[in-house]
Structure formats: structure tokens, C-alpha cells
Design a protein around this ligand. Structure first.
Ligand SMILES: *Cc1c(COP(=O)(O)O)cnc(C)c1O
Length: 392
């Protein structure tokens, strides 16, 4: 079809630079190993931290929900699409997060968009870490609030931004709990202290911390024992929880407000029964099988130490997200392609997901990986790393 010539030039440039990527199709269920192009590879690119995407309790709950309640809900939540299971999941999430209430959105992405765009007006200011997730950045773009960006986890710079914004009705500090491309944890105790000093609201996006950090995977707020001191916790049901969705855990007042003002909540159809039932089963698994999180952390330490001993640059990582930072975009994709040839699926990540010159292969181990699989993966990283002169 004609009419898209204006996009062709940029695609051509990407192809020339080696940054144009085909989508990789997986031909099996998600797991420590996956089948791609008929070959079995060690999976190090998923967010399936605990292996819940294919946990028997989640599958069973989904199947039962389809049989009893059907494939879809037929409406948005606010008209005719709230089933009792939606309300039950929200009650469970609020208990899990130790908050008054919780509200589920279609995804973590729409949660950030919905929350930020609902609560911020031109009278307010939002103060955001420079490496926050795209969904936070887009959420901020949807508001008329003033914006300030502070240097990554730099508390002096955050305090400067707070001092410079006393004229606004409300100051809202927003940060990822765990930064998705570097795997470092936000300095939440210091952020909360500053927020209390300057009477600001704190919003933390725990997409990569839910199911990973804190007691039973409650997230960074619980990890730092800050329960009750962080105003807004965003979580995702799409990563460690293994299904799909996002939620906010906060005060009853804010939840009531979002039910009336959260645009993705108001204008997009609610989760199908299979999704909601599986999410609910996942929270039960987090409560009943804490050994999954222990195994995740054992594997994390083993694999991260292994990469560092081989001489790879893993940056600031302190969680299961371990980037192997390469810098050059084309070399990063070449590294990823060779890893795949040798039996490891670890995707290269480049601009615009990370800054120019900071391209990386990002790895995430899961609780499902065996020591043998991780040892084999390290051997392959070593072989390919040497071949491309990334390590000596
Ligand atoms: C992945 C991610 C999201 C989006 O979550 P989805 O449920 O996949 O839409 C939001 N915030 C952060 C920090 C993330 O890493």
C-alpha cells in the first residue's frame, strides 16, 4: 500500500546501522528453556521471575474461570464489566500490599498513564527520575503539570527540584522501584525522607519488584520497611505475577477518585475471567510458596557473580535484572545473535529503550533455571564474549 514513504527512510537507516530487529517468535510455553525456530534455547530474556506464567495453579484457575464465566466480560468496569472476581482480586492485592485499597488496570503501562493523568493538574509539579519507565514518561506527558527530571537516583538533585517547586499545590515524586534496564533499586528511604520534609507525595512503580523484593514479594516499600509511608504503589501483574495487568495500591480516597477519573479504567474493557482468576491464584502462590523467591535470589547471585568473574560489565545491578553492558548498538545485537546461535536467548536492548551508547544484552534469571542451565549459559557467554573481544 502506498502512503508510507515518509517512514521508509528511517527504517532504511536502522537497517544500515544494524538496529532493525525482527520479532522473535516463541513456539513453546514460557520457561527456563523455550523453543525458537525449532531449537531449544536457554531463556534469559523474560520477566517470568518465578515461572508463574505456566504454574499449574494459575493454569487451572484460568481454565475453570473460562468454563464458569466465559472468555470475555463484555464491558468496561464502570458499566457492566465488574465481576465479583475483579473485586476479590483487588481486595487481595490491597491486603498483600498492606494498603486500604487497590485498583486493577489493563496493564502496568495504563496504570501509570491513568494514575498520573488523573491526579495531576497545571497547579501541580511532578518530579521524576531520569531513568523512569516509558509508561511514567508518557503518563506525565498526558498531564498539564509542571515537570522536573532529577538525575538518576541523585538525592541532592531531587532535593534541589523539591526546593525549586514550593509554589505548586502538590509535589509528586515518581520513581521506578527497580530500574528495568539496570536492575538497581531506588533509594526509597531517602526519597521518603525528602518527601516528608517537603510534604510531597511519593509514587513508586514496582513493576520489577513485585514478586521479587520484600516479604512474599510485596515490593520495595515492604523491602525497606516503609509500609504506610509511600502514598502510591504501582504494581504489575504481567511480570513476576505471570499474567497481565497493572494495579495501584493506595488510600481508599485515591482509589475512589480513580474509579471516576482514571481514563484507561473508564474507557477500556475489563480483564477477561481467565486473566483475573490466574492473577488471583498467583497471589496465593506468592503467599504459599516463598521458596520460589528464595530460589530466584540464589540463581541471581550465582549468575551475576559468574558474569562478573568472566569480566562482563554488569553496571549497578542488584536484582535479578543483570545487564551486560556493551555500548555499541550493532555489536550488542551481534552479541545477542551469536548467543542465540550457541543456545542462549538474551535480547539486545538499544536506543530508545536505553540511552545512546549504553546498549546492552539484558538478562533475567528465573526461579525455574537449574544450576546446570545457568552454568551452560555462562559458558556460552564466555565463548561469544571472547569471540567478539568483549572480554579478554
Ligand atoms: C514493564 C513495566 C511497566 C509496564 O507493565 P505492563 O504490565 O507490562 O504494561 C511499567 N513500569 C515499569 C517500571 C516496567 O518495567
Amino acid at each position: 500500500m502506498k502512503g508510507f514513504d515518509f517512514l521508509k527512510e528511517e527504517l532504511k537507516e536502522m537497517k544500515k546501522a544494524g538496529t532493525f530487529r525482527e520479532l522473535v517468535s516463541i513456539e513453546s510455553e514460557q520457561g527456563s528453556k523455550v523453543i525458537i525456530n525449532g531449537r531449544t534455547l536457554i531463556q534469559l530474556s523474560s520477566n517470568n521471575y518465578l515461572g508463574l506464567t505456566s504454574h499449574p495453579r494459575l493454569k487451572e484457575a484460568s481454565i475453570k474461570a473460562v468454563e464458569e464465566y466465559g472468555a470475555g466480560t463484555g464491558s468496561v468496569r464502570t458499566i457492566a464489566g465488574t465481576f465479583s472476581m475483579h473485586a476479590e482480586l483487588e481486595k487481595k492485592l490491597a491486603e498483600f500490599k498492606h494498603t486500604e485499597a487497590a485498583l486493577v488496570f489493563q496493564s502496568g503501562f495504563t496504570t501509570n498513564q491513568g494514575v498520573l493523568s488523573a491526579i495531576l493538574t497545571e497547579k501541580d509539579v511532578v518530579i521524576s527520575d531520569e531513568l523512569n519507565h516509558a509508561s511514567i514518561i508518557d503518563g506525565i506527558r498526558l498531564t498539564k503539570a509542571a515537570r522536573k527530571v532529577y538525575q538518576h537516583v541523585d538525592m541532592k538533585d531531587l532535593e534541589r527540584a523539591l526546593q525549586e517547586s514550593s509554589q505548586y499545590r502538590k509535589r509528586v515524586i515518581v520513581t521506578d522501584g527497580v530500574f528495568s534496564m539496570d536492575g538497581n533499586i531506588a533509594p526509597l528511604p531517602e526519597i521518603v525522607q525528602l518527601a516528608e520534609k517537603y510534604d510531597a507525595i511519593v509514587m513508586v512503580d514496582d513493576a520489577h519488584a513485585s514478586g521479587v523484593l520484600g516479604e512474599n514479594g510485596r515490593g520495595t516499600v515492604n523491602h525497606f520497611k516503609l509500609d504506610g509511608r509511600v502514598h502510591i504503589q504501582v504494581g504489575t501483574l504481567s511480570k513476576a505475577v505471570g499474567v497481565l495487568g497493572g494495579y495501584i495500591a493506595s488510600s481508599r480516597t485515591l482509589i475512589d477518585y480513580l474509579i471516576h477519573k482514571g481514563r484507561p479504567f473508564l474507557f477500556s474493557t475489563s480483564h477477561p475471567p481467565a486473566v483475573t482468576a490466574a492473577c488471583s491464584a498467583a497471589i496465593d502462590v506468592l503467599m504459599n510458596e516463598p521458596e520460589l523467591i528464595e530460589t530466584l535470589w540464589e540463581n541471581t547471585v550465582f549468575f551475576k557473580d559468574g558474569l562478573r568473574k568472566l569480566g562482563f560489565q554488569t553496571g549497578l545491578s542488584e536484582t535479578p535484572i543483570t545487564p551486560v553492558i556493551i555500548g555499541d548498538e550493532a555489536l550488542t545485537h551481534q552479541f545477542s545473535d551469536l548467543l542465540m546461535k550457541e543456545g542462549v536467548f538474551a535480547q539486545g536492548i538499544a536506543f530508545p529503550t536505553v540511552a545512546k551508547g549504553k546498549a546492552r544484552v539484558r538478562t533475567i534469571v528465573t526461579a525455574q533455571h537449574s544450576k546446570e542451565e545457568l552454568t551452560e549459559a555462562l559458558r556460552i557467554f564466555q565463548r561469544v564474549g571472547k569471540q567478539l573481544n568483549i572480554i579478554s
